[in-house]
Design a protein around this ligand. Structure first.
Ligand code: NAD
Length: 321
């Protein structure tokens, strides 16, 4: 049974992936620093659930991807690495670009350098933000992505480039995945869907940037996990795939769907567009469909209901702020 290393596996997407692999009977090791970008207690809870499910098939290494020794220990004996550890989020990256480069770029290079087995497959958690202000939608992997509009996006583009160079020099199979706004249970608390649900539930106003016409391609976390799962099996060369919902929803529509699912009105606090934000994200997933068998199975309307059901349950159990 191949041992999979998931960096950032205590976080939102990583813990869903780890859960899936353990439920399949797989072996999982997580490397995570429990970074305080959001409450580490949420990450510890994810790890506890994984430890209960996986028992001796699950292992947690607390460590930083910028620490070569921690990475060396984490990659020992693994058949596949799924690299999700990062500082995520566009807006905070404008405040501290150097830290974003340190973690997302230096950290990625440090991790890659510790992998000595030429058979070890590597999957990189990239981002749709690399498409920047591209107007040509849907975004396809063939488009130029050398004009990212935030330090976060630049760090994710840099990650793809570092992965290519490492693949070129060492020959390991590498798959870079560009995730389009991922949501679902356990979503990061600062992300729009989670933040808006909290505000609607608490009767607070929602910070509503722009005129509500900006559009996002939202992807339910189970679909992302299925795409990552397929990418983990790729044996050849270097490739980049979009993983998205292949549909777009306006900010206004999203808020309306959340308010309807929670049965409470949304109070909007209108604010100007933010630097670093883009007007639209929209994935062309045809390459992932052909090569990975990727299929987006959860439309936003269903996913929002699932997210809200989870949110209400967790909130009423006192497990969320
Ligand atoms: N959620 C999305 O919509 C989305 C979209 C595009 C790309 N991504 C990418 O997917 C990955 C996972 O995102 P997420 O939403 O699950 O975020 P997350 O913050 O929940 O998970 C990231 C994990 O990385 C860990 N981490 C941070 N810095 C670290 C370091 N220096 N060393 C070790 N661990 C560290 C954190 O503690 C956290 O558990 C990230 O690489 C992110 O950039 C996410």
């Amino acid at each position: 049974m191949t041992l999979a290393l998931i960096t950032g596996g205590a976080g939102f997407i990583g813990s869903h992936l780890a859960h899936k692999l353990l439920a399949e009977g797989g072996r999982v090791r997580v490397l995570d620093s429990l970074d305080p970008f959001y409450d580490p207690a949420l990450k510890r809870r994810n790890l506890k659930d994984l430890a209960e499910l996986g028992r001796d098939r699950f292992e947690f290494v607390e460590g930083d991807i910028r620490d070569a020794k921690a990475c060396k220990r984490a990659v020992a004996g693994v058949g596949v690495v799924v690299h999700l550890a990062a500082l995520a989020g566009v807006r905070p990256s404008l405040q501290d670009p150097v830290r974003y480069m340190d973690v997302n770029v230096v950290g990625t290079q440090t991790l890659l350098q510790q992998i000595e087995d030429p058979e070890t497959r590597f999957v990189f958690g990239g981002s749709s933000s690399v498409y920047g202000g591209n107007k040509d939608v849907p975004f396809s992997e063939q488009q130029a992505v050398d004009r990212p509009v935030s330090p976060y996006a630049a760090s994710k583009k840099a990650g793809e480039v570092l992965c290519y160079t490492w693949h070129h020099l060492h020959g390991n199979p590498v798959t870079c995945l560009r995730f389009f706004t991922v949501y679902g249970p356990k979503q990061r608390p600062e992300m729009a869907i989670h933040k808006f649900a909290r505000a609607i539930t608490d009767g607070d106003s929602i910070p509503f940037f722009g005129d509500g016409s900006s559009r996002r391609d939202y992807t339910y976390v189970d679909d992302i996990v299925a795409g990552v799962r397929a990418a983990m099996e790729r044996q050849d060369s270097y490739a980049i795939f979009n993983l998205g919902g292949a549909a777009t929803t306006s900010l206004s529509d999203l808020v309306a769907q959340l308010a309807a699912a929670l049965g409470k009105p949304a109070i909007l606090k209108k604010l100007p567009d933010q630097p670093g934000d883009v007007l639209i994200t929209y994935a062309d997933v045809s390459l992932a469909e052909r090569e990975l068998g990727y299929c987006c199975t959860t439309p936003l309307a269903d996913g929002v209901k699932k997210f809200c059901a989870w949110y209400v349950k967790e909130k009423s159990a006192g497990r969320l702020p």
